[in-house]
Design a binder for this molecule. Structure first.
Ligand SMILES: Nc1ncnc2c1ncn2[C@@H]1O[C@H](COP(=O)(O)OP(=O)(O)OP(=O)(O)O)[C@@H](O)[C@H]1O
Ligand SMILES: [Mg+2]
Length: 260
């Protein structure tokens, strides 16, 4: 198969998605994301962000055009051991399992022996800021923020090449969200997966990303592609700078144009 851009880890080529008897959800979506880049997608509710993420994950198939992950269709890429992890807005932890056994699930599903992954699971739980004590709790015994940390751990434990995150921090208070933003960047800087992060929060998009894609609704398509030039590591000081405010203004302006 021909790859049109050598450097593209994710290549979206005229991606369309439609369902019978309904207006197109996505049409003519084009972008290239290089390996290791952190990209956020913002856009009005219903513009097709989650649908686009599902197409990238292979959970849904594009009805026009194609998505290529490292030059292959999402299904093919998975068969070739490209690991993508999906973090949903509502933590999808199994309620009857402890955090530790939720995070172990990807290995259990592959019938791996516990001795092989036990330490890695423990390290990953520690990485997302949960204690050994938290690890033995069930989801309902945790706060929303802790549940989200557990969901992140379950995604990270597979050593993904691609992290697809759909509004993971939306239900959290702003301070906790900022804290998790800094933590996710620390983990990303260390592990260097490619990140596609959906959010309605412009400040979060600018803080995290090297690039923000703004989506236009009906049908969903890319309306703007903005570079966020700040160096990493990014700390909370960045949020107080004029340059940060300026970029928030630019992204917000593009967002407003999508609903005019
Ligand atoms: N299986 C489906 N059948 C028909 N329409 C669908 C299906 N899945 C999604 N849609 C439609 O696709 C559109 C985009 O939905 P999507 O969930 O991708 O939007 P979104 O940008 O993620 O919105 P939000 O910001 O509210 O999460 C909606 O109009 C929705 O009704
Ligand atoms: Mg959505």
């Amino acid at each position: 198969m021909m790859i049109s851009t050598d450097t593209a880890f994710i290549h979206a080529d005229q991606v369309g998605l439609s369902f019978p008897g309904a207006p197109d959800v996505l049409a003519g979506v084009n972008f290239d994301i290089p390996k290791g880049q952190f990209v956020s997608i913002v856009g009005p509710s219903g513009c097709g962000k989650s649908s686009l993420l599902r197409v990238m994950s292979g959970l849904q198939t594009a009805t026009a055009g194609q998505i290529l992950l490292d030059g292959r269709s999402p299904g093919n890429a998975r068969e070739n051991n490209l690991r993508s992890a999906f973090v949903f807005q509502d933590p999808t932890l199994l309620p009857w399992r402890t955090v530790r056994s939720n995070v172990s699930l990807p290995f259990e599903l592959r019938d791996r022996p516990p001795a092989e992954y036990r330490n890695h699971v423990r390290e990953t739980i520690d990485l997302v800021g949960l204690t050994e004590h938290d690890a033995d709790k069930r989801p309902r015994e945790l706060s929303g923020g802790m549940r989200m940390r557990a969901s992140l751990a379950r995604a990270l434990v597979t050593n993904p090449d691609l992290m697809l995150m759909d509004e993971p921090f939306a239900p959290l208070d702003d301070i906790l969200r900022q804290q998790l933003n800094e933590e996710i960047l620390r983990i990303w800087s260390d592990q260097k997966w490619t990140a596609v992060f959906i959010t309605h929060n412009v400040s979060e998009a600018v803080f995290l990303s090297q690039r923000v894609l703004v989506m236009h609704p009906r049908p969903g398509r890319i309306a703007a592609d903005l570079e966020i030039p700040f160096a990493y590591p990014r700390t909370s000081d960045l949020r107080a700078t004029a340059e940060f405010a300026e970029l928030i203004g630019q992204v917000s302006h593009e967002l407003r144009r999508t609903v005019e």
